[in-house]
Design a protein around this ligand. Structure first.
Ligand code: NAI
Ligand code: MG
Length: 354
């Protein structure tokens, strides 16, 4: 198991350090783990003047899986666009062809009070959003800011999907639906955007290979409403890059704690980049306050999707559930009556539970 570790910026190094302790424990128990640590984002800019330098590219290309903390921070916001940390992340996704972004939103029963929604609306919530990650308006050409024919400045981006891009993400989503409850909702805006009308047509075609999966379609504006009205109507959702970006953040907040949510970004051969859904949290960086559980749970997803080690994934998830049951909470999920712990304190608890 060749794993590249990319701590990144802000709280990245703190949370990744706890996940590495989990890896070390698994290694001590016999898991064949080999790691290499390289910078990405602002940390890479500081060292190499580039957010995605050659040394990092070589290391992630050679790895089977990548564990990332988060990138970005206010000190980098004034850099030219192509030097910014977020560019490093877009570049790594594109370079490795990580088109399949899996973002689960699940509510641990121990954290039922963390959601801002009524308990009965979110109790037992367990949905999976499959977001296409390397196409759509984020990458489509032409793009830019220019002076148009009328002499007025305008900004423009292009929503584009090729048939093969839609087919491969649809297959990922149907495969996941088959392993779960055989229910898939494809989200589009086919009533006004041709690109997503095409998306819907291709998803319907791919569905012919999955007769057991119950496929439905929803417009993105309605999906945004339904996610807060009755989120448990969904099981697996598949959608394009921009709708998926927005809906997956919305879905993650149904659980009330972005510090708990992992993600996976996969290529066609299950090589993957695993990272928490949250960012680099500059407001709490360097204070040993961050919740490392999203990063540790990302490691569990790595074991499940890249290494096909469901047993190890379950062991990690079981340890996380056990520490929650024991009442350990970082500040973001703290409630009176539980025991507040630091980032490294939570790492201690997980390693002990393992
Ligand atoms: P953020 O997710 O970093 O923070 C939002 C809020 O959640 C903050 O109050 C933060 O303290 C809290 N939070 C986040 N993770 C936490 C954790 N593990 N434990 C406890 N609290 C946590 O989003 P924000 O503030 O919009 O962005 C900050 C920076 O992160 C920006 O530079 C942004 O570009 C970058 N970012 C990077 C991402 C990535 O690397 N994948 C994703 C999102 C943002
Ligand atoms: Mg986002």
């Amino acid at each position: 198991m060749k794993i590249a570790i990319l701590p990144g910026d802000g709280i990245g190094p703190e949370i990744v350090a706890q996940a590495v302790r989990v890896l070390d424990k698994l290694k001590a128990d016999g898991l064949p783990v080999e790691t290499v640590t390289v910078p990405l984002g602002g940390a890479a800019y500081d060292q190499y003047g580039e957010p995605y330098p050659d040394a990092t590219r070589d290391a992630v290309r050679a790895a089977d899986a990548i564990l990332l903390g988060a990138v970005g921070g206010p000190q980098y916001d004034t850099l030219p666009r192509d030097k910014r940390p977020e560019r490093g992340l877009l570049a790594i996704r594109k370079d490795l062809g990580l088109f399949g972004n899996l973002r689960p939103a699940m509510l641990y029963p121990e954290l039922a009070g963390a959601s801002t929604l009524k308990p009965e609306v979110v109790a037992g919530l367990d949905i999976m959003i499959v977001r296409e990650l390397t196409g759509d308006i984020y990458f489509g050409q032409p793009r830019g800011i220019h002076v148009n024919a009328d002499g007025e400045r305008e900004g423009f981006n292009t929503m584009r999907y090729s048939e093969s891009e839609i087919r491969r993400i649809a297959k990922v989503a149907f495969d996941i639906a088959m392993k779960r409850n055989k229910k898939l909702c494809s989200v589009d805006k086919a009533n006004v955007l041709e690109c997503t009308e095409f998306w819907k047509e291709i998803v319907i075609d791919v569905a012919k290979q999955y007769p057991e999966v119950e496929l439905s379609h929803m417009y993105v504006d309605n999906a945004a409403m339904q996610l807060v009205r009755n989120p448990k109507q969904f099981d697996v959702i598949v959608t394009g890059n921009i709708f998926g970006d927005i809906l997956s953040d919305e879905a993650s907040m149904l659980t009330g704690s972005i510090g708990m949510l992992p993600s996976a970004s996969l290529d066609a051969n299950n090589k993957g980049l695993y990272e928490p859904c949250h960012g680099s949290a500059p407001d709490i960086a360097g204070k040993n306050l961050a919740n490392p559980l999203a990063t540790i749970l990302s490691l569990a997803m790595m074991m499940r999707y890249t290494f096909a080690r469901e047993d190890v994934a379950k062991r990690i998830e079981g340890a996380v559930q056990a520490v929650l049951k024991k009442g350990y909470r970082t500040a973001d999920i703290y409630e009176p009556g539980t025991e507040k712990v630091s980032c490294s304190g939570m790492g201690d608890a997980v390693v002990a539970a393992l």
